[in-house]
Design a binder for this molecule. Structure first.
Ligand code: SF4
Ligand code: SF4
Length: 345
């Protein structure tokens, strides 16, 4: 397995990281099987968050016996030093550890800096001094925040969406990060499941040094696939390059990445992460399941949208989510009534 050094943290980890968001969706026994297999397969970097319900607890239960052999990154969305400390203490308890290797401000909408009056950076420094955390990081979906975080000189790692759909500006963020000797933790390596080839995704990211993708793993089969790539020398062949170009053409522009950050705000209970990208999913996966009665019911909920705008306000990609939902609904109902799936314009 290839190794990567995460910038000035000096942490030298295997280049295949484990994103522990999806293990929320499986029970403790299944999570235990996956996490132990991941460790035995050579994965030594695990990224979780206080926000990911029982993900930290699952990691703590399954991997605390090998704590000294793994690197753990966690994160908090707290907005006050008091809440941040409370969340950190809960994370330590759940993870069954006395320290977190990389502690990150989660989904930052602004770049917090020492002396900005929030007290968050000072609190992070205090935790570091006390040995509760070893390194300070930030995660954001916003390019402007990522750039500011790099320029601030305060953070040791940046977690940012990066995959083969990356724009020239995204690549510039990665390059600035490396230049600033910060570790680059790469989220959304499969763009929320929309890119069509895990192999191409893996080969694309494997080209970049100082970067560790955290593959979101929920099933044993997904883990097996990434472990296989990590032990082979997967390179970008012409076939994979062609596939990437095809995906880039189909997925350019404003599309929902399925991050789910807007969902808790929806008073109508719309499953926005699935509904707002139905048109793409139905053209990129076997459509039968997506046309089931259950899915029709799910899509019908879009009719209950009251256009309150709470989802757009939360969307880190600045999407006009209600409009996107409307367009997806119209397209879906058209497919249901005609049985035809036309190419998207
Ligand atoms: S605009 Fe519609 S989809 Fe968005 S949060 Fe409000 S009700 Fe939900
Ligand atoms: S609309 Fe935005 S916040 Fe909501 S799931 Fe899609 S990308 Fe995420």
């Amino acid at each position: 397995m290839k190794k990567a050094i995460l910038g000035k943290t000096g942490l030298n980890v295997n280049k295949t990281g484990f994103g522990a968001l999806p293990i929320q969706r499986v029970d403790f026994d299944e999570a235990d099987k996956i996490l132990k297999k991941a460790f035995e397969g050579g994965i030594d970097f695990y990224d979780t968050a206080r926000f990911y319900s029982d993900s930290e607890e699952k990691l703590g239960r399954s991997l605390s016996h090998v704590r000294d052999s793994i690197v753990i990154a966690s994160k908090s969305m707290a907005k006050t030093p008091e809440d941040l400390e409370r969340e950190l203490d809960t994370s330590l308890k759940m993870l069954k550890t006395d320290h977190i290797d990389i502690y990150q401000l989660h989904d930052a909408r602004i770049c917090y800096r020492p002396g900005d009056g929030t007290g968050l950076c000072e609190a992070l420094e205090k935790f570091k001094k006390a040995g509760k955390i070893r390194h300070i990081g930030i995660t954001t979906h916003r390019m402007s925040v990522a750039r500011e975080a790099i320029e601030s000189g305060f953070y040791e790692t940046l977690q940012y969406p990066f995959n083969y759909l990356a724009s020239a500006d995204d690549i510039d963020v990665y390059e600035r990060c490396v230049k600033a000797d910060m570790g680059f933790i790469c989220m959304k390596a499969m763009s929320g499941g929309l890119v069509s080839s895990a192999k191409a995704a893996y080969a694309f990211l494997d080209q970049y040094n100082g970067l560790v993708p955290i593959w979101g793993i929920q099933r044993e089969s997904e883990l097996d696939e990434f472990l296989k790539y990590s032990h082979e020398n997967v390179t970008l062949t012409d076939d994979l390059k062609e596939l990437i170009e095809k995906d880039k053409k189909e997925l350019s522009g404003n599309f929902c990445r399925g991050c789910g950050y807007c969902m808790s705000s929806c008073p109508a209970g719309i499953k926005i992460d699935d509904c707002a990208r139905m048109s793409l999913m139905i053209r990129r996966a076997p459509s039968q399941r997506l046309l089931s009665a259950e899915n029709r019911e799910m899509m019908k909920r879009i009719e209950d949208c009251i256009h309150c705008g709470a989802c757009s306000a939360k969307c880190p990609y600045g999407l006009d989510t209600p409009k996107l939902l409307e367009e997806n609904y119209k397209d879906y109902m058209n497919i249901v009534s005609t049985g035809k799936i036309e190419p998207l314009k």
